[in-house]
Design a protein around this ligand. Structure first.
Ligand code: FAD
Ligand code: UDP
Length: 395
């Protein structure tokens, strides 16, 4: 078929655009992905020996407070009632995370009420009272005081980012709630759950429309097929969700990313750790956490002879590694501004998603941002001939 719209990348961003374009506007859409499977980083599959669903690119927990996104995703899948909880190991003891009254009372061997705990933390954070910390180290100490910071944040963050917390932005730590009650839900969002039949079933349903053709093992920059960059740009509108620096052949320099090495192991026990995620908060263990995927779906009747676990090791990405988390140094931010200018000047090409905007986007954010791009740019173009203006990579 000859496409009306070409989408590079079959992750949640690309597939949301594809689904909307086909369903709402009846467009013929071709989606390219250089990987052998659909779904981008949310892809999951059954581990061969155990039959347990494994998230191939790291644990993916769906959560959102966005009503429109929640309504939209429920068109393709139902969700289980899974509520994410995380535990952390410090000096041989297991604590409840994120930091809550159980963590505080266990750590200080105390029986504090919410008010007493607040007073204690305030006293311990006193050294930075009244300041406006800009780095993660000072922000962490101000939030929870030095003893808890040094136990649960300092080394974990060092392992995760390989950067002194004094050189990291304060914002990274603000993602984590601190609670003066016994609520240990990891996320604060209104809706939360895992796709009942797995991520891949959800993702395949999004691509089901007969007007959508997905071409796997197909790189946009490979000239040997009919929808390559040089053949398409300027002739057919494109939504590009690959790395923005790659699109412009790294003309302004490389944007830096962190990647994760996953060490997967099948064990001859039915249950290794009793829960889905255990963080290792000290620096005598080189991995950051262990994921045990069977616990994401307690409602499933998995066999009980074996389990699968994944240890996560974090490091800076090199060319050829999977780019997972934008590092966002000041040099990166300068480069990004230049790439945004280049992207804005690229006619009929829209840049979106995590790699296309160089932004850490959760799944609900990638989907929400794709729905907005569809409403604001794609629909007006195809319905009334409005110009497709990229407006930079900050879609
Ligand atoms: P991606 O999923 O990265 O898809 C981009 C696609 O483009 C890829 O399939 C890639 O192969 C393809 N591509 C790139 N270049 C080319 C090219 N030249 N030609 C053809 N195809 C190309 N979100 C949550 O909400 N909850 C979580 O718990 C969570 N955990 C995460 C854990 C990790 C380790 C990571 C990395 C992310 C996590 N996320 C989580 C974020 C989630 O993965 C993203 O929100 C989502 O994948 C964004 O979708 P996307 O379409 O923008 O990008
Ligand atoms: N963090 C920490 N200790 C923990 C959990 C998180 O220090 O036990 C810090 C760490 O810097 C991490 C950030 O908080 O990068 C955000 O945590 P989150 O679990 O959201 O990390 P991600 O999902 O990005 O791995």
């Amino acid at each position: 078929m000859t496409a009306d719209l070409v989408i590079v990348g079959s992750g949640f961003f690309g597939l949301t655009i594809a689904e909307q374009a086909a369903t709402e506007l009846g467009l013929k859409v071709v989606v390219l992905d250089r990987r052998h499977h659909i779904g981008g980083n949310a892809y999951s599959e059954k581990e061969e020996q155990t039959g347990i669903e494994v998230h191939r690119y790291g644990a993916h927990l769906f959560h959102t407070s966005n009503e429109r996104v929640w309504e939209y995703v429920n068109r393709f899948t139902t969700f289980t009632n899974y509520v994410h909880k995380v535990y952390g190991v410090h000096k041989g003891e297991v604590y409840s995370l994120p930091i809550n009254l159980a963590t505080i009372n266990q750590f200080f061997r105390a029986n504090l009420t919410p008010g007493q705990a607040k007073d204690l933390i305030q006293e311990q954070a006193g050294e930075l009272a009244g300041t406006d910390p800009q780095n993660l180290n000072d922000k962490g100490i101000q939030l929870i005081g030095r003893p808890l910071y040094e136990a649960f944040i300092k080394h974990y963050t060092g392992k995760q980012w390989q950067t002194d917390p004094k050189d990291l932005p304060a914002g990274i730590i603000s993602r984590l709630p601190v609670r003066y009650n016994y609520d240990n839900r990891y996320f604060n969002d209104k809706y939360e759950g895992l796709p009942t039949n797995g991520y891949t079933a959800w993702i395949e349903k999004m691509a089901e429309h007969p007007n959508i053709e997905v071409r796997l093992n197909t790189d946009f920059f490979d000239e040997s097929h009919e929808y390559s960059k040089n053949k398409v740009v300027g002739n057919i509108p494109v939504v590009y969700t690959g790395p923005v620096d790659r699109y412009f052949e790294y003309a302004e320099g490389d944007l830096s990313w962190r990647t994760i090495d996953f060490e997967e192991e099948v064990l001859e026990v039915g249950d290794f750790q009793g829960t889905s995620v255990v963080n290792y908060n000290d620096d005598d263990v080189s991995y950051t956490r262990i994921i045990e995927p069977r616990h994401f779906h307690p409602e499933r009747e998995y066999q009980t002879e074996k389990t699968v676990i994944m240890r996560e090791f974090s490091r800076f990405a090199e060319k050829g590694d999977e780019p997972y988390y934008p590092v966002n140094t000041s040099a990166d931010r300068d480069r990004l501004l230049k790439y945004r200018d280049l992207a804005a000047a690229e006619k009929d090409v829209l840049f979106g998603g995590r790699l296309g905007t160089y932004k850490y986007l959760d799944m609900h954010m990638a989907i929400g941002s794709a729905l907005s791009m569809f409403d604001n740019k794609i629909r007006p173009h195809f319905e009334s001939g409005a110009d497709i203006e990229s407006g930079g990579v900050d879609a």
